[in-house]
Design a binder for this molecule. Sequence first.
Ligand code: NAD
Ligand code: IPM
Length: 336
Amino acid sequence: MSLRIAVVNGDGIGPEVIPEAQKILEHFLPDADFYEVELGLAKWERSGSACSPDDIRELKGADAILFGAVTTPPDPNYRSVLLQIRHELDLYANLRPIRPLRSSGQGSPADMMIVRENTEGLYSGIEEIGEERSTTLRVVTKAGSKRIAEKACSLILERNSKSPLVIGYKGNVLKSDLLFRDTCSEVAASFGIQTKAVFIDALCLDVLQHPKNYDVIVTTNMFGDILSDVCGYLTGGLGMLPSANIGDTHAFFEPVHGSAPDIAGKGIANPVAAIRSAAMMLEYFGMKREACLVEESIADLINSGVCTPDLGGCESTSSFGNRLLAAVCKKEERQI
Ligand SMILES: NC(=O)c1ccc[n+]([C@@H]2O[C@H](COP(=O)([O-])OP(=O)(O)OC[C@H]3O[C@@H](n4cnc5c(N)ncnc54)[C@H](O)[C@@H]3O)[C@@H](O)[C@H]2O)c1
Ligand SMILES: CC(C)[C@H](C(=O)O)[C@@H](O)C(=O)O
């Protein structure tokens, strides 16, 4: 049976970058059934719902989901579509690889994986909004910490890493993080893996100063959100960072960046983060060689100056996408 891939363009630059990523998927998965699911602010403005129960059913019916970005207004009555999907599909592991493709001329580049807990922490959705006092409950459970730690430890084994599992936390002030740290340490010990717990604020600076010291970092939901954007600095910006949201039964691939209203409609958004997210989907389907080919082709183009304006180039979103597809085909022919 052919694969069913749900495609969500979303808002802002989502509909600009996603077609470029879809082209790559269509090239490697010519028999897949791609179907669009409309979600986001534009849909909410038109219909009063940004993501309906039917939409969730459509997403659940996919073998994998490719997602652009949605605009989330800071409005107490607007429920974040992303959080809704991550909860309803139980996408508990948000994997955010930090691997610069631009050559720095300083030997092998950094290569780390941020493993972000994706369903708990400050994103539990348990909030009380008042005029004088508003609260957001930060939930850390043993079960939630255990499953994300297991994911991080499996990745350490897969990556054949000799580094300790770094736990990004803030247990000096947030006592809920002691449960997170201790559970991650217990799980790591059962895998025979060492751990190093580092306060998240210090970690944000150290990853930038000594990126090559890091391999797999596990952390709670919002810390992972912030840490991954910080690491965008190592890769050339948000236009370069892909991610995979993985659960036990569903998988969802999206660039780390948002809908970028400041550049939407100009045709200059960098599609690389979306395309690398598509490459992560290929890897999820067991197509590691194809995923590497995409990554290598992106690196070749960028290092020869073919890139969008955020990286100093003059390609448009679609011209970069077209040149990448041509480069992938050429590389593939040479390998056959
Ligand atoms: N996954 C998502 O859907 C997601 C993620 C983050 C933010 N958001 C939403 O997006 C909206 C805008 O948020 P924001 O401005 O804080 O973050 P953003 O990621 O949209 O943009 C931050 C900055 O990075 C730049 N940028 C982002 N992606 C780029 C790309 N592909 N190419 C070139 N430049 C790029 C933007 O132009 C902007 O200057 C908000 O409504 C926010 O809630 C959605
Ligand atoms: C838009 C928002 C819900 C989202 C998050 O914080 O998880 C985004 O910042 C991300 O990193 O995917």
